[in-house]
Design a binder for this molecule. Structure first.
Ligand SMILES: [Zn+2]
Length: 338
């Protein structure tokens, strides 16, 4: 077992002094815990500053965080990027640093500048899972997950019995958006759809926000930019093409969840959130529940509505907070392990 290299002393009960939630548009900072005010700053990102070099943007990020950390502070930072949870190395983030693909050891840069501070970096999905677990886990829940479906798709699962968030040798877990999509193949027009990572036929190619727009385009329903505005109202109006679009884009998510429950029957509670789930609201929830209710084989007999009620939580806008999750990370240390 390898524990994160960037944690404070194991089991330290001291509260996090600085928490941060870093996204492509905003950086949110809070010093002193949940009752303290949140400071919101424009992110030093490629999205906000397309003219600046990646090196300059990274330098600004390090500077911003080092300026915010009180002397000797313990920090917890939620980062909107694929990140090695064991070392704090960032594998890449298009909104922050564009197409720059070389891994960047952000934690090392922070430690060099501020060795007095203990730096803990996690991905924002991990932070959201920690917040979800703190706010929704009931007694008896053995494993708990959080699935986000927005511009990308990712999921994290925590083991509540052992207080662990397991990761692989790269410090990753649940980057499922870039796995091959499981579809029935009933719609040949959506074969070969590109993914943001450069590959084709990934889960995110079909089921993410941009994926839904690509599917709509292939079906000849709408031009990509118009779909986001059109779809919720079209679903309200029971538009058949909108129904078909939703069905196709939910299908690989439903199949992924079937596989997950088949392999891990103790995954007792799953939160779903992100822009797609929030934006399509009850339409998305009902379609996913409908598909999961259907039997596909003796090994997958279909889930009753009571069964689904107990296990699925559709999180509306503002229900989970990665900043709050970062502040709650102390409870999981040193439980983020490979
Ligand atoms: Zn991909």
């Amino acid at each position: 077992m390898t524990s994160p290299a960037v944690t404070a002393g194991a089991g330290s009960p001291a509260p996090t002094a600085l928490a941060a939630d870093i996204g492509g548009t905003w950086v949110r900072l809070r010093v002193g815990g949940a009752q303290a005010p949140v400071e919101k700053l424009r992110s030093p990102s490629r999205l906000n500053h397309p003219d600046r070099s990646v090196e300059a943007l990274r330098e600004e990020m390090v500077e911003l965080l080092c300026r915010a950390a009180p002397p000797g502070a313990r920090t917890a930072i939620s980062f909107g990027a694929a990140i090695d949870h064991l070392t704090g190395t960032v594998y890449g983030s298009a909104p922050l640093w564009g197409s720059e693909a070389a891994p960047y050891d952000l934690a090392a840069a922070l430690r060099r500048r501020r060795p007095d501070v203990s730096w803990l970096l996690v991905n924002d999905v991990t932070a959201a899972l920690v917040d979800f677990a703190a706010t929704h886990a009931r007694p008896g829940v053995r494993r708990i997950g959080y699935l986000t479906i927005s511009s990308g798709i990712a999921m994290r699962v925590a083991d509540l019995d052992r207080n662990l968030i397991p990761v692989d040798g790269w410090g990753l877990q649940g980057e499922i958006g870039h796995l091959p999509a499981m579809t029935s193949g009933s719609e040949p027009r959506i074969a070969g759809l590109p993914c943001a990572c450069g590959a084709r036929d990934h889960l995110a190619s079909i089921a993410s926000g941009p994926g839904i727009a690509s599917v709509a385009e292939r079906l000849g329903i709408a031009e990509a930019p118009a779909v986001v505005r059109w779809l919720p109202g079209a679903l309200d109006a029971h538009h058949p093409a909108a129904r078909r679009l939703l069905e196709l884009c939910v299908e690989p998510v439903a199949n992924m969840l079937r596989t997950l429950w088949c392999l891990d029957p103790h995954l007792d509670l799953l939160g779903l959130g992100g822009g797609v789930v929030e934006g399509l609201g009850s339409h998305y929830a009902e379609e996913l529940r409908r598909q999961l209710g259907a039997a596909t084989s003796y090994a997958d007999r279909g889930r009753g509505q009571d069964w689904l009620d107990e296990r699925l939580v559709f999180c509306g806008p503002g229900r989970l907070d990665a900043l709050r999750g970062a502040e709650r990370l102390g409870r999981w240390l040193p439980g983020i392990v490979a």
